[in-house]
Write a protein that binds this ligand. Structure first.
Ligand code: NDP
Length: 283
């Protein structure tokens, strides 16, 4: 590796100003003494193709994609991982000697965060709230990790039905859409309940998904994708009913750690990355 020429990575998005991944990856590069940079770059939808040509032309090691590019980028890539192919969206590109490979680490970050907390996905009955990008990635990855069943509840029910059908067709895991109303009772056999909607995200921190929280049980694991605030009202309420909770910070860090390894080939300094993000949100 050159002492003078840095290896380039980063993220393309719009809006992207509040994306915290850069400080996490930069802290990891510094901790591992790697001459890498992570650039947070605003790219408009109509400029994505030009920006992806620049990834090739400037020999970026890789790039993250966030809103609104995760689906649009598909035809600009040479290959897709199995999960990215099923999910139909890419958040991480690896530049392998000019070949651009699309991966999706959103769901893998989530499953890694659960495993780090000692939660088993294999055989678990999972209820996912939401059917957007995060819910799709998490549901597919949990199914590939051997979940027993996946129930999907979403405000727009057609999207939940579509996601459940995708899971059944592509992974053979038992999956069904679940009607969502404010009195939603969590089925008794649920092992893991996940908020994969944006409800509770700053500045909407006083909101939580509307459901009958008296049906949260002590032996359930309740997880959130929202990482800002790190301890959401959803998680606080679930804890009041005795459940163990896992915040979206773990998913974000584990996802950044996976990206780090895909780009550098090195093990990620996960604790450094976790501390960096925690400090950032404590300020
Ligand atoms: P999308 O826009 O793709 O999906 C949003 C989802 O939230 C949809 O299911 C939508 O329902 C639902 N939703 C939004 N507002 C409401 C509401 N008021 N009532 C009911 N449902 C609602 O977003 P993403 O899936 O990309 O992102 C979702 C969240 O995940 C964001 O907060 C994002 O920050 C977080 N995230 C966290 C990551 C991490 O590493 N921790 C990684 C990626 C995302 P409908 O279909 O009916 O519109």
């Amino acid at each position: 590796m050159s002492h003078y020429r840095a290896e380039l990575t980063g993220v393309f998005g719009d809006p992207v100003d509040d994306n915290p991944t850069g400080i996490v990856e930069e802290a990891a590069f510094a901790a591992m003494n790697l001459n890498y940079r992570y650039l947070t770059i605003k790219v408009l939808p109509e400029d994505l193709e030009t920006a992806m040509s620049a990834v090739r032309a400037m020999n970026f090691r890789g790039i993250n994609l966030t809103m609104p590019h995760k689906i649009r980028v598909l035809p600009m890539l040479d290959e897709l991982s199995e999960a990215a192919g099923i999910i139909g969206a890419v958040n991480t590109v690896i530049n392998q000697n000019g070949k651009l490979i699309g991966e999706n680490t959103d769901g893998k970050g989530f499953t890694a965060s659960l495993l780090k907390h000692g939660i088993r996905i294999e055989g678990a009955n999972i209820l996912v709230l939401g059917a957007g990008g995060a819910a799709r990635a998490i549901s597919v990855e949990c199914a590939l990790a051997g979940a027993g069943s996946l129930s999907i509840a979403n405000r727009t029910e057609g999207k939940a039905e579509e996601l459940a059908a995708l899971i059944r067709e592509k992974t053979k895991v038992n999956s069904a859409a679940f009607g969502w109303n404010p009195g939603l009772k969590i089925p008794e056999n649920t092992d893991i309940l996940i908020n994969a909607t944006s409800i509770g995200l700053m500045p909407d921190a006083d909101s939580k998904p509307a459901l009958d929280y008296s049906t949260v049980r002590e032996d359930m694991t309740v997880a959130d994708v929202v990482f800002n605030p790190s301890d959401t009202l959803f998680l606080k309420t679930a804890r009041e009913h005795g459940a163990g909770t896992i915040s979206g910070i773990g998913m974000l860090v584990q996802q950044a750690a996976l990206n780090f390894t895909l780009w550098t080939g090195e093990r990620a300094p996960v604790e450094v990355m976790y501390d960096t993000l925690k400090k950032e949100f404590e300020q």
